[in-house]
Design a protein around this ligand. Structure first.
Ligand SMILES: *[C@@H]1O[C@H](CO)[C@@H](O)[C@H](O)[C@H]1NC(C)=O
Ligand SMILES: *[C@@H]1O[C@H](CO)[C@@H](O)[C@H](O)[C@H]1NC(C)=O
Length: 225
């Protein structure tokens, strides 16, 4: 286990299993498009699809979400790498208004329940939720390895939820490989054995034939009779 663990960390230090980010709550303090009666607010990460927030229409109203809405989740982290994401409002004439644009990172989710509050004065206050982003060592304090969880950030990365699945996958791949290799060598060995046996039987046949010929005192040419 320890060996596999080490190998995984040397090879894939930044892999986490998919960590889904949902919007927990949002409040906007301003709208910008004078032509629309209701704003169209959306969340967008670079190279991903836009996510419209269909409910967010009024300023100074806190919208709380369950995380199960049709437009959730907002995005997903596949590695510990940050994404360039932002909150925008569609604009009929000009380019879309940018509430905020920032580097959105799995390490932002520092509370034990995996919350991250993004607040910009006079603009918005949004709470994002990503439980899988939280290093496991932070909320499992009774764990035997908790002595290593003191430092946040890099060293905290060892205990992610995702790590468990990575290890499972690696072990499965390893076990399957061993199984397949074993199967192939077994089959090859069996083939070799079979060939040897056949050869032995073949030789024995000749010997037997010779014996019979000797006994009957006939030559090989007349043995077909
Ligand atoms: C973006 O949306 C398109 C069409 O709605 C869909 O085919 C595609 O898979 C989406 N891409 C991502 C990254 O979600
Ligand atoms: C932002 O929203 C969160 C959750 O609703 C709340 O706990 C926090 O106090 C708010 N922050 C500000 C500065 O309004």
């Amino acid at each position: 286990m320890f060996f596999i663990f080490s190998v995984v960390f040397i090879w894939f230090p930044e892999v986490i299993s998919s960590a889904v980010v949902t919007l927990d709550s949002i409040e906007i303090n301003k709208t910008h498009d004078w032509l629309r009666s209701e704003p169209t607010v959306y969340f967008h990460c670079k190279e991903e699809n836009k996510t419209d927030l269909p409910d967010v229409k009024k300023v100074h109203v806190v919208y709380n979400f369950k995380g199960e809405e049709s437009w959730q989740p907002l995005t997903e982290f596949l590695t510990r790498r940050c994404k360039r994401c932002g909150l925008y409002e569609k604009d009929t004439i000009k380019s879309d208004y940018v509430f905020d644009e920032w580097e959105f990172c799995p390490s932002d989710f520092t509370t034990p329940d995996g919350r991250y509050i993004r607040f910009k004065d006079k603009e918005f206050n949004a709470t994002f939720l990503c439980q899988e982003c939280v290093p496991q060592g932070n909320n499992v304090s009774s764990n035997a390895s908790s002595s290593h969880s003191g430092g946040n950030g890099e060293s905290g990365g060892h205990g992610e939820n995702g790590m468990f699945w990575v290890i499972i996958v690696v072990i499965s791949v390893f076990a399957s490989t061993v199984f397949v290799v074993g199967l192939i060598s077994g089959y090859k060995y069996w083939q070799k054995r079979k060939r040897q046996q056949e050869q032995a039987r073949f030789l024995k046949l000749f010997e037997d034939a010779d014996d019979i010929e000797d006994e009957l005192g006939i030559g090989p040419l007349s043995s077909s009779i």
